[in-house]
Design a protein around this ligand. Structure first.
Ligand code: ATP
Length: 262
């Protein structure tokens, strides 16, 4: 945590959202996050507010399933964009270590300078090998710049974790036959809807929780991991998140009312 971040008092009711915003701001200043990333952050915050700013039981379950997929994979890759790099660089490096995954920088607004800065930022947080700089393969069905990936990275992966991915690329990756794990706070967005495992949670909470599940599950036999994966219902996860958004706000208001009255 940087010195600036300590200035936000931890008991502030909106501590996590202020911290998130601050990290994105810093990301923009450092040239890691794009200006569009600020807009994405705003959208995310709104959904997080509606979800109650906590990991729901169904998101936790999806995070466990994601951990099982990553442990079962032959070649898992964690995709990193400007928001992800600003928000959870160290946490991603840790997850990559636990599940033995590659990290690959993958940008919607791709510039060589930003790619280099993100790779450097990840290295500063302990990453050894960062992919995405060679860009020697293409995802079929996407326009030139957005299709670029590394041949020995995302192109070759069997399981990809794509947090905050845009809908087109999420669809194109799924069409390549990859098992796709998407983290996105909006259950109505196309990316989680095309994912094998949609995680409707803030990436700030989701990544450390996937890592924790991976640590718990790493000594389980393959058959147990396969059972966890097979029992998962993506549709039900999306529906649970939507229910939480629709009903959760009213429920929390009723709760506050009860507290005031007692
Ligand atoms: P699609 O093309 O899939 O409909 P979109 O247009 O909604 O995508 P963007 O505008 O790029 O996509 O928004 C980024 C997405 O990332 C939003 O759905 C937002 O909820 C989500 N998001 C933003 N910040 C976070 C975060 N910290 N954790 C998880 N998801 C986030």
């Amino acid at each position: 945590m940087s010195e600036d971040e300590v200035e936000i008092p931890e008991d502030h009711p909106r501590y996590q959202s202020l911290l998130t915003r601050h990290r994105i701001e810093e990301g923009v200043e450092k040239g890691i996050t794009s200006k569009q990333g600020l807009i994405a952050e705003g959208r995310g915050e709104a959904f997080d507010y509606l979800l109650g700013e906590e990991t729901t039981p169904s998101a936790d379950e999806a995070e466990r399933v994601a951990a099982a997929h990553l442990l079962l994979a032959d070649h898992p890759v964690l995709s990193v964009n400007g928001n992800v790099a600003a928000l959870v660089p160290g946490e991603l490096v840790e997850l990559a270590e636990v599940v033995d995954a590659d990290l690959e920088v993958n940008l919607f607004n791709r510039t060589e300078e930003r790619l280099q800065k993100i790779a450097e930022h990840l290295r500063e947080h302990g990453a050894e090998d960062v992919k995405g700089l060679k860009a020697d393969a293409r995802i079929p069905g996407l326009s030139h710049e957005r299709a670029k990936v590394d041949a020995d990275g995302i192109y070759d992966a069997d399981v990809v974790l794509v947090p905050l991915e845009d809908g087109d690329r999420a669809e194109a990756l799924a069409e390549m036959g990859k098992t796709e794990i998407v983290i996105d706070l909006n259950p109505l967005s196309r990316s989680p809807q095309t994912a094998a495992v949609p995680i409707i949670d803030n990436i700030i909470r989701a990544i450390p929780n996937i890592t924790e599940h991976a640590r718990d599950l790493q000594d389980e036999p393959r058959a147990e991991l396969e059972r966890i994966v097979a029992e998962f219902d993506a549709e039900e996860t999306l529906e649970a998140a939507e229910r939480q958004i629709r009903e959760g706000v009213a429920e929390r208001e009723r709760e506050q009312e009860r507290k005031r009255e007692s």
